[in-house]
Unconditional design. Structure first.
Length: 217
């Protein structure tokens, strides 16, 4: 007999169950459950100190010792697997000040690989840094540094973007740029977790929300 039932939904790109992080036995966040699938953004809300940055660092595989389970594409994932599929844009942008914008990006490509169909010059132009290819990163303003980090995100082949306050230090055009880049990333099957104290302005993508409890702050 033919089965006309709907095919099973694909597993979310990232799922966490009972995820919890403590520092010196003090809870920072959780236990919490979250899911984000291809084409989706998960907005992480919460007051100062509620654990948003810590959550993103756990999900980027940078912090050890979290309790609970993390799944990537439906399979249990350890820190290595998570690090393979994700890229973090955090408060510390990680540029080397003495290297030029292009050299910084080539350094990142050497570590993490490069998406097909994009070059360093294309990425710099996409974030409004055409003409700054040879300028040392230490000469960049805070907003230009953020733009350089966005160019790195465009280049590395991560499906899951972990964006911690991506709008900070950006002018209005930069805020629009972040939203366009996220929309494009999601349209290509990527996913994003985004923390923001401000409004998230793109209505063009499927969005979930997660609110962290600031009780421990
Ligand atoms: N390296 C650290 N060592 C000790 N405690 C830390 C460290 N980093 C963060 N914390 C503490 O962990 C808690 C959560 O911090 P976290 O930076 O994750 O919060 P947040 O929600 O991102 O805050 P904000 O909105 O202010 O950026 C806070 O109480 C903070 O003081």
């Amino acid at each position: 007999m033919t089965d006309f039932s709907d095919p099973p939904a694909p597993a979310p790109l990232l799922e966490a169950r009972g995820l919890r992080f403590c520092r010196n036995d003090d809870p920072v966040f959780g236990p919490l459950d979250l899911q984000v699938g291809s084409g989706e953004a998960l907005l992480v809300h919460g007051g100062n100190g509620s654990g948003k940055t810590t959550l993103l660092r756990v999900l980027a595989g940078l912090l050890d010792g979290a309790q609970g389970q993390i799944f990537v594409d439906g399979e249990r994932a350890g820190r290595d697997r998570i690090a393979q599929v994700s890229a973090l844009l955090g408060h510390l942008l990680g540029h080397k000040g003495e290297l030029s914008a292009s050299e910084n990006l080539r350094f990142a490509i050497g570590l993490y690989g490069c998406r097909s169909g994009i070059t360093v010059d294309m990425a710099l132009a996409s974030v409004g840094l055409a003409g700054f290819e040879d300028a040392p990163a230490r000469q960049f303003s805070a907003g230009q540094r953020k733009r350089l980090a966005l160019a790195r995100l465009l280049l590395v082949p991560a499906r899951l973007w972990l964006l911690d306050e991506p709008y900070a230090n950006l002018d209005l055009a930069g805020i629009g740029l972040v939203n366009r880049l996220v929309e494009r990333h999601l349209a290509k099957g990527g996913a994003a977790l985004i923390t923001s104290h401000g409004a998230y302005a793109t209505g063009a993508v499927r969005t979930r929300t997660l609110t962290l409890d600031a009780a421990h702050a």
